[in-house]
Ligand binder design. Structure first.
Ligand SMILES: N[C@@H](CCC[C@H](NC(=O)CCC(=O)O)C(=O)O)C(=O)O
Length: 420
């Protein structure tokens, strides 16, 4: 499913950087942010391989005397105890999607042909960090680690107590999500009045998030020799109807509480066939549905496969009784709810005001799925605010202009110190 061979993965994992840090006495803020970003990016951490990076993050946070550091699996939770009335959570995931010739990372100097035109146009004088995780979301992790080190209540006195969460397995099936596991095992570690998730937003605010569900749509047939095809029934040909329905789908823009969420239904993987001269008896189209926060998970499911999924066919498969894939087999793989924008909470509103002052940007809708949805379920208002363009997340040429690091550090540093 898009993963590299073990040999390639192992070679890349061996190149990983194992220590992160900067010299507090001598590094400027820009140097510290650049160093942390470089080290995080050079630490190979595709989902399932976050261990070495988690160890390095844990050591870095343990070296900060004002933090209490706890670990559950490959998730680190580091908290202050400044005695403030309210607590803000800063959360970032450490995993990245699989690399595609974009690891190890490197800095590109202005004028380098690998710098995208849109990035060069927006940041003509910047160095650019190129490689997997530049936007999703090691740049933001670097900024949050920097803040964790410097907001110590001695040199800088934050308005809030702070909890930093660096977690594993965000990019994959929900049951593996490290934040979910910590919330279940240690709910008292994740208490707070507001949360900021560093998913990429170009240093603007992105409110709420689309929900996501992934499932296989299955066409069945009968195997036979391809020289005697009439003895079988070709499942790959039948899957043409699944692709036709997908191609006919028109993405919808859905306004929710002032933000506009774009929905989507897309095939992301396809498989079928057992031999080059065998009529295939099964074809699976893996479908990803992104749905706006005006819909609950059951409502979204009903649109894809009917309100009641029909009889279990075995191996977890059901027949869709309605919706877009009516008549085909459905095997659910993963589902995560959407979250409404929540921009009316006082802390979200004040952060949003500061972002507007500093960048001129109005809040937008988060189109990917993020853990703001988890915080919403916990009753903790949350927004996405991170360095790097969300439009570049998961792309081969993922990249980040260096000044986004200082802009994010400026915004968060100022807001956490000045407060509401
Ligand atoms: N369980 C889900 C997890 C998918 C999470 C992933 N999130 C992002 O890429 C956020 C980046 C952004 O939009 O800023 C996603 O939305 O695919 C699954 O496995 O699908």
């Amino acid at each position: 499913m898009g993963r590299m061979t073990d040999a390639t993965t192992n070679t890349l994992a061996l190149q990983t950087v194992r220590e992160i840090g900067f010299d507090k006495a001598t590094a400027t803020r820009a140097q510290a942010l650049a160093a942390l970003t470089e080290q995080l990016m050079a630490s190979y951490s595709v989902s399932d391989d976050e261990g070495p990076l988690t160890d390095a993050v844990e050591r870095f946070l343990q070296a900060q005397p004002h933090l209490t550091v706890r670990r559950h699996g490959d998730t680190i939770v580091a908290s202050t105890a400044f005695g403030r009335e309210r607590r803000v959570i800063l959360a970032g995931h450490l995993d990245v999607v699989p690399v595609i010739d974009n690891f190890p990372p490197r800095w590109l100097e202005p004028g380098d042909p690998l710098i995208r035109e849109d990035v060069a146009a927006a940041f003509p004088h910047d160095r650019v960090m190129w490689g997997r995780g530049a936007t999703d979301m090691k740049a933001s992790d670097a900024v949050m680690l920097y803040l964790a080190a410097v907001l110590d209540d001695v040199a800088v006195r934050p308005r809030y107590d702070l909890t930093y969460v660096f977690y594993d397995h965000e990019e994959v099936v929900a049951e593996k999500n490290g934040l979910r596991k910590v919330v279940e095992a240690h709910p008292d570690w994740i208490e707070g009045d507001f949360a900021i998730i560093g998913e990429p937003t170009d240093c603007g605010i992105e409110g709420g998030c689309n929900g996501t569900m992934r499932f296989d749509v299955v066409a069945h047939g009968t195997a036979a020799h391809s020289a005697r095809a009439w003895m079988g029934d070709n499942a790959i040909h039948k899957a043409g109807e699944i692709l036709r329905r997908l191609a006919a789908y028109e993405p919808a823009d859905v306004p929710v509480d002032g933000l506009t969420y774009r929905e989507g239904v897309n095939a992301t993987l396809i498989s079928g066939g057992k031999g080059t001269n065998v009529i295939p008896d099964e074809c699976r189209v893996h479908v990803n549905y992104r749905f706006a926060p005006d819909k609950t998970l059951p409502e979204a499911k009903a649109l894809m496969m009917g309100a009641d999924c029909g009889a279990e066919l075995g191996n977890g498969e059901h027949t869709a009784t309605g919706g877009m894939f009516e008549g085909f087999g459905i095997e659910m793989k993963d589902e995560s709810p959407s979250a409404r924008p929540g921009m009316d909470s006082p802390l979200a509103a004040s952060l949003s005001r500061l972002v507007r002052e500093r960048t001129g940007r109005e809040p937008l809708a988060k189109l990917g799925w993020t853990d703001v949805a988890r915080f919403a379920i916990l009753g903790i208002p949350a927004v996405n605010l991170g360095a790097g363009s969300p439009l570049l997340a998961h792309k081969h040429d993922e990249q980040l202009a260096e000044s986004e690091l200082t802009l994010m550090a400026d915004i968060l540093g100022e807001w956490l110190v000045a407060g509401e």
